[in-house]
Ligand binder design. Structure first.
Ligand SMILES: [Zn+2]
Length: 286
C-alpha cells in the first residue's frame, strides 16, 4: 500500500494509508500555516526582515525551493503581477489585463480560489470577464517598495515569493488533511505538491530535531523512498545549492564536501523558527 500524502510504500491489504512521518508532519504544517495566517492578518506593518517575523522568510524560502516546478509556478507569477500592479497604485485588475501580462496554459480558477481563500483578492464576474480586486492584505508588502522605486529587483522577487509561499502553505495545509483519494483529487488543479511536501518533511524535520547538518545521500534516500522522480529530486538539490545570491532560497547556510558527497548546513533561522512554532503550539495546547 502507498501513503496517500508522500508516496511511501509498504506491504499491507489496503491500497492507501498515511505513513508515520506524514502523521507527524501534518500538525507541524498546520501550525506553520496558522502562524503565517496570523502574521499576515494581525500585523499592519509587515517587514519581512524583522527578526520576529521569520515566518515570512520561511514562506519565501518554501516558494524558492519550488521555483523550478511548473505545477506551482502560477502562484509566483500571480503574486509578482499583483505586487507590481499594487505598487503602481492599481488594485483593480481585469482578467484580460492579467492574460496579457502572465502567460500560462492553466486556468486561473483554482489559483484565484487559493488567493481568495487567503483573503488576498476578491474575484467578481462581469458580463464577459472576471475582475480581481486586491485586498489590503495583498497590498501590504507592495506599499513598501513601489512608488519611490527605491527597492531593488531582488526585494521585489523575494516579496513575490513570500506571497507565493503563503499560497503553497495553504495547499500543504489542505494536503495535511488528506486521507482519501477523493480528498487528494479535490486539491487545487487536482494535484498534490508531493515533492514540496516530502522535501519540507525532511528539511523541517531535520531542523525540528535540532540537527543543523544533513548529507545529500540521506536526503536523496528519503526522497527516493517516497518515489520522488529523479528530475524533481535534481530540481530540489539545485535549488539547495543556490544559496549565496540575493534571489535564492536562504534555508541553507553552507555546503561542504565530505568524502564524495555534499553536506548541507541549515541556516540558524530555520531551527529558531521551528522552535518558536513548537513553543507556540505547546502553549496553546496547555
Ligand atoms: Zn507519507
Amino acid at each position: 500500500m502507498m501513503c496517500i500524502r508522500c508516496g511511501l510504500q509498504k506491504s499491507g491489504a489496503d491500497q492507501f494509508f498515511v505513513c508515520d512521518d506524514c502523521q507527524e508532519f501534518g500538525p507541524l504544517v498546520k501550525s506553520v500555516y496558522s502562524q503565517a495566517h496570523e502574521t499576515f492578518d494581525r500585523e499592519d506593518d509587515l517587514d519581512p526582515t524583522d527578526k520576529d517575523k521569520e515566518i515570512l522568510r520561511l514562506l519565501a524560502d518554501t516558494s524558492f525551493l519550488n521555483t523550478n516546478n511548473p505545477q506551482t509556478a502560477i502562484y509566483y507569477s500571480l503574486s509578482m503581477f499583483f505586487l507590481q500592479r499594487a505598487s503602481a497604485g492599481h488594485t483593480n485588475i481585469t482578467e484580460s489585463e492579467l492574460n496579457r501580462a502572465v502567460s500560462t496554459i492553466r486556468s486561473w480558477t483554482d489559483a484565484f480560489q487559493v488567493f481568495e481563500k487567503l483573503g488576498l483578492v476578491k474575484v467578481t464576474t462581469s458580463k464577459f470577464e472576471r475582475n480581481i480586486k486586491l485586498t489590503p492584505k495583498m497590498v501590504k508588502l507592495a506599499d513598501q517598495f513601489g512608488l519611490d522605486g527605491g527597492r531593488s529587483q531582488e526585494v521585489v522577487i523575494r516579496r513575490a515569493h513570500t506571497y507565493a509561499g503563503y499560497a503553497l502553505m495553504f495547499i500543504l495545509n489542505e494536503l495535511a488533511k488528506v486521507d482519501s483519494v477523493e480528498e487528494r483529487n479535490s486539491l487545487p488543479y487536482g494535484k498534490s505538491p508531493r515533492t514540496l511536501w516530502t522535501s519540507l518533511m525532511f528539511l523541517w524535520g531535520a531542523a525540528n530535531s535540532g540537527s543543523k547538518k544533513f548529507t545529500e545521500d540521506d536526503f536523496a534516500r528519503f526522497l527516493s523512498a517516497r518515489r520522488i522522480p529523479s528530475r524533481a529530486r535534481g530540481n530540489i538539490f539545485s535549488r539547495l545549492q543556490a544559496f549565496d545570491g540575493r534571489s535564492t532560497q536562504t534555508l541553507i547556510k553552507d555546503v561542504e564536501v565530505s568524502g564524495n558527497q555534499r553536506v548541507f548546513q541549515l541556516e540558524d533561522y530555520v531551527l529558531r523558527e521551528m522552535n518558536r512554532i513548537r513553543e507556540r503550539t505547546r502553549s496553546r495546547e496547555r
